[in-house]
Design a protein around this ligand. Structure first.
Ligand SMILES: Cc1cc2nc3c(=O)[nH]c(=O)nc-3n(C[C@H](O)[C@H](O)[C@H](O)COP(=O)(O)OP(=O)(O)OC[C@H]3O[C@@H](n4cnc5c(N)ncnc54)[C@H](O)[C@@H]3O)c2cc1C
Length: 456
């Protein structure tokens, strides 16, 4: 990058809002995927005005810009593949308002998801999207990926709660879209177009979301299974019964073992899988629903069902799920988590297919799932330095994607496409859908400076 442009960018954000020291460039060269690439400069804007000024320079000079929150995405979405600017939005971290009467909150993109959860809870409200990474994931990042989480099975994903956005476009213009809590159907739904666009259409600088009343009570259960496919069948049976839990998660034996070794929670090591469940609602509704779930679990060969007696026991059960990724990631030098998703009726079949694929390619795969909505997380462990193992992992991943699509599913139910799945998108999008995608990108970012080299 030419020194005069570098100076111009630093003048916009101030010297404490920019760095191109090599250790910082390295720190921002990767995310939670195994990909990496160095940017030329890292900028930390503090306002929409600064973001807009940066984009005007980037547009004029045709410099790539990669928006970044906490960099926890699992698909290489924040790796600056073509260098240029990494724009980190974490300094814009104010909760601007919480409106308990209209049930909305307006935040800057650097607000951490969990901090919004806490602020909403203080006024008796809830912000449902709850990625397992909620302690670090930013609101901008969750809009960028349209994140979901354990509660998605009942409450939906980020998109379902988005009411309005301020977005800085590729040429620096500021676009304000959405009408807050009002019902409105005017024009194209631009808010939902930006959601999940992985920083390829604009930089989000303000977000208005819908909040909902907190459920009065919750109950947590754990069920153990000797056969992993029974776990999958039990999930489908619970949904078929007309019960929608507020969370319904699955962990297989290898994940249980890793969590137990790391955290000593007293998990059973001799079972093939466990389901972790939460139901919520009025206090008096919880006993009957717990009984109905227990009956379905037993009918599907659960060997044990534990119902948490209080908040501490519930927390203990959920600790297992929250520690799963880090416990697995400790076992080998590299880990990738796929998120192919299938109809819940195909969950048991997909689990079997993943295990067959792991065996056929001699690859270590643990299965974790937001099972209630068919969102599988096959967690693949490997060593990137072993080229043969990398080839086998790639072949196994490709087969997982194909199987999910064959079973009527999707490449990604949660993490997005990024670099990791870019080559597979055409398996799901036909030529017409790819053409429309490219046309949208061309209309909003004709010079291709926003997060280039990714799925578009
Ligand atoms: C242990 C672990 C557990 C996880 N669990 C879940 C889960 O349960 N559910 C789930 O959905 N994901 C999960 N993830 C993935 C990830 O945490 C989420 O996608 C999260 O939303 C990313 O937030 P972030 O702030 O880290 O965003 P980043 O990784 O920094 O960015 C994600 C994408 O959003 C874009 N972006 C960031 N900020 C902006 C902005 N202001 N404007 C425009 N684009 C922007 C980026 O360019 C990128 O494409 C998990 C990841 C890990 C490591």
């Amino acid at each position: 990058m030419h020194a005069s442009i570098r100076r111009e960018l630093i003048d916009i954000v101030g010297t404490d809002g920019a760095t191109d020291r090599i250790e910082d460039l390295v720190a921002y060269s990767y995310d939670a995927s195994p990909q990496e690439h160095l940017a030329d400069i890292i900028l930390f804007p503090a306002s929409t005005k600064q973001v807009s000024a940066i984009m005007k320079v980037a547009d004029r000079e045709v410099i790539p810009v990669t928006a970044r929150g906490s960099g926890t995405n699992l698909a290489g979405e924040t790796v600056p593949l073509r260098g240029g600017i990494v724009m980190v939005l974490t300094r814009m971290d104010r909760i601007l308002s919480i409106d308990p009467e209209n049930l909305t909150a307006t935040v800057e993109p650097g607000v951490i998801n969990y901090d919004l959860q806490l602020a909403a809870a203080q006024v008796g409200l809830m912000y449902p999207p709850d990625p397992a990474s909620w302690m670090v994931a930013t609101m901008g990042g969750t809009v960028g990926t349209n994140a979901g989480g354990p509660r998605t099975v009942k409450y939906g994903v980020t998109r379902d709660y988005l009411l309005g956005l301020t977005v800085v476009l590729a040429d620096g213009r500021v676009l304000k879209i959405g009408r807050g809590p009002l019902r409105h159907v005017a024009g194209y739904d631009l808010v939902h177009l930006i959601c999940g666009s992985e920083g390829t259409l604009g930089i989000v600088t303000e977000i208005t979301v819908r909040l909902i009343p907190r459920p009065a009570a919750t109950r947590t259960l754990r069920a153990d299974f000797d056969d992993l496919e029974d776990c999958g069948r039990a999930v489908a049976a619970i949904i078929r019964e007309g019960i929608i839990p507020s969370a319904l998660e699955l962990m297989d034996q290898s994940i249980i073992g890793a969590v137990e070794r790391a955290n000593r929670l007293g998990l059973p090591l001799d079972v093939e899988g466990i389901l972790l469940m939460e139901v919520d609602g009025d206090p008096e509704s919880l006993d009957p629903i717990t009984e109905r779930i227990s009956t379905v679990l037993s009918a599907n060969r659960a060997t044990k069902v534990i119902v948490a007696r209080d908040a501490a026991e519930a927390e203990h059960i959920w600790k297992a799920r929250r520690g799963a990724f880090s416990a697995m990631a400790c076992l080998r030098p590299n880990a990738i988590t796929e998120d192919a998703t299938v109809p819940v009726t195909q969950l048991a079949t997909m689990i079997r297919k993943v295990n067959e694929i792991a065996e056929r390619h001699n690859v270590q795969i643990g299965v974790l799932a937001h099972a209630g909505d068919g969102n599988l997380h096959p967690l693949i462990l490997f060593d990137q330095r072993d080229r043969d193992e990398v080839r086998r992992v790639e072949a196994a991943s490709a087969e997982i994607f194909r199987e999910a699509l064959t079973l009527g599913g999707t490449l990604s139910g949660e993490h997005g496409i990024g670099i990791e799945k870019a080559q597979y998108l055409s398996l799901e999008f036909d030529e017409v859908a790819m053409g429309v995608t490219r046309a949208i990108k061309q209309a909003l970012d004709p010079k291709g400076i926003l997060n280039p080299g990714k799925f578009v």
